[in-house]
Design a protein. Structure first.
Lengths: 393, 190
């Protein structure tokens, strides 16, 4: 892995504006940044990212079976007992997953280490699947990148194939996000393009506009019944919402399926470590109150440890401790009230003054692409930048 | 090759979702503007619509807005749906009676190329609470104005007449809103 300075496309800002990529700058900082790009070898992509992430996903599926069979582990997931059956039913019915994103620490030398699995509501789909792809094709055409190079990015095609695989043609799908967040809407819309290309009907509704019919079915802003709902909104929040009592009886199929509430949950990380101790792509992880486990693993945490809430977005409420001292503490503490896990600290590499995190995309059960985000800070938060990547020829 | 052979580069916030959303819905060239001036400025740079189209469609959009914009029994209810400061009293004189009907203000308009030629199509857009815009039925959503792209022709279908009809009461919208209350941050993705 290398971070290489490249000429920007002279017209990329005009292209971004024309395509409606309105959040290419966010919070007064660049978000899309193509002044440099990450270069990988093909062996690296396949051996260090693609195959390990497909395997990690299979391991997560195995962990779901284990958690559902163990009441003590289910308790650890921090989800309301009233919804356990709903979650279990979705797993036993084999409800298919569509997508997820592994966040990995990778320094180009050792194996990639799993930081967490955004298996329920991953965003940055538009940047990864579409705008990054366009960057590559433009740079190839401009001869900035050579013939024989490539990009690990089958994301769009894989999504089209996945929709066609799991739904009959012409199925009507509803897509919902919270209003007022353009970056969330972009992910939902990118998903909807793929669904349409797969021959589905795609309808949008603001999540807050969803209603309930007299028959107990969910309805969109125009009172049409929702048969299948893609919701860019976390399961743990749906379970806490007023309509949660209707979830199981609404005759609605969900994407991602309810069992993803167990996988996107950081409580899955200690479970994975219990099941696959010493796996090269896993970091030693424990529940924060597991004092014996932590004491026994002290020799595995010499580089320090990271405390994370089981539910958290954009690095909120994360704390990094090394040598007994707090090295960095996220300023956003919104998730402090949740149970915590402790994970061995895997420092991100520093490249050109930035720390990249690899986002490896899974569609269905296979790893199909990647996107890189980098941040100056130790904890990747909402001021991080999205960086394009390519595979050297 | 480890990348997609082709990726649909649709326009964000413009056209991925259509109202009727049948697969074969015909697409047409469309543009969204906040006012006539923005439209005529765009027309001056060439394209499929003219300054005259800007003017006639704006007048059409104003009329359709007056006829089909959603109507509410209170300012508060209207602002809940369309955002603070985005609502006013009913613009149609004598509509409903009593003078206590509120509707979202006209925020801009869509102009569309008529399929098979002829007069350009028009549709008003109103603000949405939390940002963005929507056609009066809410069937087509836009994240921003001053945008152009392809759009399903059904976006230009006229919604049901609301002028002279009883306004929506809180009960009519109260069966909604059971989701979204638990979001911790504005953007919930990760």
């Amino acid at each position: 892995m290398d971070r290489i300075t490249l000429p920007e496309r002279p017209d990329w800002r005009a292209k971004a504006a024309e395509l409606g990529f309105t959040f290419a700058d966010m919070h007064g900082e660049p978000y899309w940044d193509e002044t440099s790009a990450y270069a990988f070898s093909l062996e690296e992509i396949e051996g260090r990212v693609e195959d390990p992430c497909t395997e990690l996903h299979a391991m997560c599926r195995e962990a779901v079976g284990k958690v559902l069979a163990d009441e003590a582990l289910m308790e650890r997931m921090g989800l309301p007992r009233l919804r356990w059956e709903f979650i279990r039913d979705s797993w036993e019915a084999g409800e298919p997953e569509v997508y997820g994103r592994f966040d990995l620490a990778y320094d180009g030398k050792g194996p990639a280490k799993l930081l967490e699995y955004n298996a329920d509501t991953p965003t940055s789909l538009y940047e990864s699947a579409s705008f990054q792809w366009l960057w590559y094709e433009d740079q190839l055409a401009a001869r900035v990148l050579p013939e024989g190079s490539d990009q690990f990015n089958r994301l769009h095609e894989a999504l089209v194939e996945r929709f066609a695989e799991i739904f009959p043609a012409d199925t009507d799908l509803h897509f919902a996000a919270m209003s007022g967040a353009p970056e969330d809407y972009a992910t939902v819309e990118t998903m909807a393009w793929a669904a349409r290309e797969a021959g589905m009907g795609a309808h949008y509704t603001d999540l807050e506009k969803i209603g309930i019919s007299e028959d107990g079915q969910f309805t969109d802003a125009d009172d049409r019944v929702i048969g299948t709902l893609f919701k860019l909104y976390p399961w743990e929040d749906l379970f806490a919402d007023e309509f949660s009592a209707h979830l199981a009886s609404a005759q609605c199929r969900f994407i991602e399926p309810p069992w993803k509430a167990l996988v996107s949950n950081k409580a899955i990380l200690p479970v994975l470590w219990q099941m696959f101790p010493g796996h090269p792509n896993l970091l030693p992880s424990f529940f924060a109150d597991d004092t014996k486990g932590l004491a026994d693993a002290a020799h595995l945490m010499l580089a320090g440890h990271v405390t994370k809430p089981i539910f958290s977005r954009e690095g909120a409420s994360v704390t990094i401790t090394t040598q007994g001292r707090v090295l960095e503490r996220a300023t956003n503490r919104e998730y402090d009230r949740h149970p915590m896990i402790v994970q061995a600290y895997a420092p991100l590499p520093v490249m050109g003054g930035f720390r990249p995190v690899i986002g490896a995309w899974v569609v269905g059960e296979t790893c199909v692409g990647l996107g890189v985000r980098e941040d100056r800070a130790l904890i990747t938060q909402d001021l991080s930048r999205f960086k394009p990547h390519f595979i050297e020829g | 090759m480890k990348r997609s052979r082709a990726v649909s580069l649709g326009i964000l916030g413009a056209a991925a979702f259509g109202l009727a959303a049948c697969q074969q819905e015909e697409q047409t060239d469309a543009a969204a503007f906040p006012d006539i001036e923005s439209c005529t400025a765009a027309a001056a740079q060439g394209g499929w619509f003219t300054r005259e189209d800007c003017e006639t469609t704006f007048a059409d959009a104003q009329a359709v807005h007056a006829e089909t914009a959603p109507r509410y029994e209170s300012q508060e209810l209207c602002e809940q749906e369309h955002g603070a400061g985005n609502c006013g009293g009913d613009t149609v004189a004598g509509s409903g009676g009593g003078g206590s009907i509120f509707m979202p203000l006209l925020a801009g308009y869509l102009i569309g190329q008529a399929l098979g030629g002829g007069r350009a199509m028009a549709q008003p857009v109103v603000p949405k609470a939390g940002g963005g815009y929507a056609t009066p039925t809410g069937g087509t959503q836009l994240s921003r104005l001053n945008s152009t792209g392809k759009m399903g022709a059904t976006a230009f279908a006229k919604g049901p007449t609301t002028a002279g009809q009883p306004p929506m009461s809180r009960a009519a919208v109260a069966s909604r809103g059971g989701f979204g209350g638990s979001a911790a941050t504005r953007s919930v993705g990760s």
